[in-house]
Design a protein around this ligand. Structure first.
Ligand SMILES: C[S@@+](CC[C@H](N)C(=O)[O-])C[C@H]1O[C@@H](n2cnc3c(N)ncnc32)[C@H](O)[C@@H]1O
Length: 287
């Protein structure tokens, strides 16, 4: 497997025991946010990220967004993730593309950030706050932001007006994803995201909605997020081998692809589901 070889070799039984995101990290799957790098550019614009900005990415996964921001905008990015194998992949990615000085990664918990108060100019999450208790987590994000700093999130939403038969389908897939990840995955409405920013005391809140039905899911930056065709093909091959060898893996892959189909690709449901970009500024007058 050359330079693509896995960080360490686990037996199939050990792989089956990994948590969902450690497994994804082990295989080397970057998570695809539906808007791709275009949504990351818009988030950077809304958060006014420049070469001077110190960014914290919560739930950095395999580091695709953090490396993209550090490379394109010249900012410094620290990524934290609770899944050790995600952090290993992110660190490897940054080293491979010569960004190890500006994109650094460590294991960490969104609810207990290991940084002093006011360390960062911007805190971002990409498809991560939807797995968190935002009331608790946003207080911690506020703590590590300097006054005038910005919280920016790119997270999935469900519209307020979902017809009841579609709501059942969405609820069911929300439950499947919760079971897979063992995390409290919740599709909030755009209004609920706005409210979460208000409750945490953010000012100048801006929210943009992007329905999935108007996106081309996973197009464009997918190969780039993987780190090139060679890595993409290597990862697909590993997935195929795991699916062949393990019933548990087949169960996981079937559940994941079913959920993604309903939440992202299904013509009926994807009108009501999408992602929001929401940003707010921490101001001095907060309590
Ligand atoms: C859907 S993935 C998104 C990864 C990355 N942001 C991206 O867009 O590629 C969600 C990530 O959040 C991480 N995560 C979930 N809850 C967390 C928590 N409480 N603290 C730190 N990381 C967390 C998971 O381990 C996973 O890597």
């Amino acid at each position: 497997m050359g330079e693509d070889k896995m960080l360490d070799k686990l037996s199939i039984e050990e792989v089956e025991k990994l948590g969902y995101y450690d497994f994804m990290g082990y295989i080397g799957i970057p998570f695809f946010n539906v808007g791709g790098f275009a949504s990351i550019d818009r988030l950077a614009e809304l958060c006014q990220i420049t070469g001077e900005t110190r960014v914290l990415e919560i739930g950095c996964g395999t580091g695709a967004n953090a490396c993209y921001l550090a490379e394109k905008y010249g900012c410094t990015v620290v990524g934290i993730d609770m899944a050790e194998r995600m952090v290993q992949q992110a660190t490897k990615r940054a080293a491979e593309i010569g960004l190890a000085d500006r994109a650094t990664f460590k294991v960490g918990d969104a609810y207990h950030l290991d940084f002093p108060d006011a360390t960062f100019d911007a805190v971002i999450t990409v498809f991560v706050s939807q797995f968190l208790d935002s009331t608790k987590a946003f207080q911690e994000f506020v703590r590590v932001l300097r006054d005038g700093g910005c919280l920016g999130v790119n997270e999935m939403y469900r519209a307020e007006n979902v017809p009841s038969e579609i709501r059942l389908k969405v609820d069911d897939n929300e439950r499947v994803f919760r079971e897979l990840t063992q995390l409290p995955f919740t599709l909030r409405s755009p209004g609920t995201w706005h409210q979460a920013f208000e409750s945490a005391g953010f000012d100048a809140i801006k929210l943009e909605e992007y329905p999935n039905s108007q996106q081309q899911p996973y197009s464009g930056s997918m190969v780039e997020e993987f780190g090139g065709w060679r890595k993409l093909m290597g990862t697909l091959w590993r997935l195929f081998v795991y699916a062949l060898r393990s019933g548990e893996m087949r169960r996981r892959f079937t559940a994941i692809s079913g959920t993604k189909k309903v939440l992202i690709n299904d013509k009926e449901t994807s009108k009501y589901i999408g992602y929001v970009l929401c940003v707010g500024i921490k101001t001095r007058k907060r309590g």
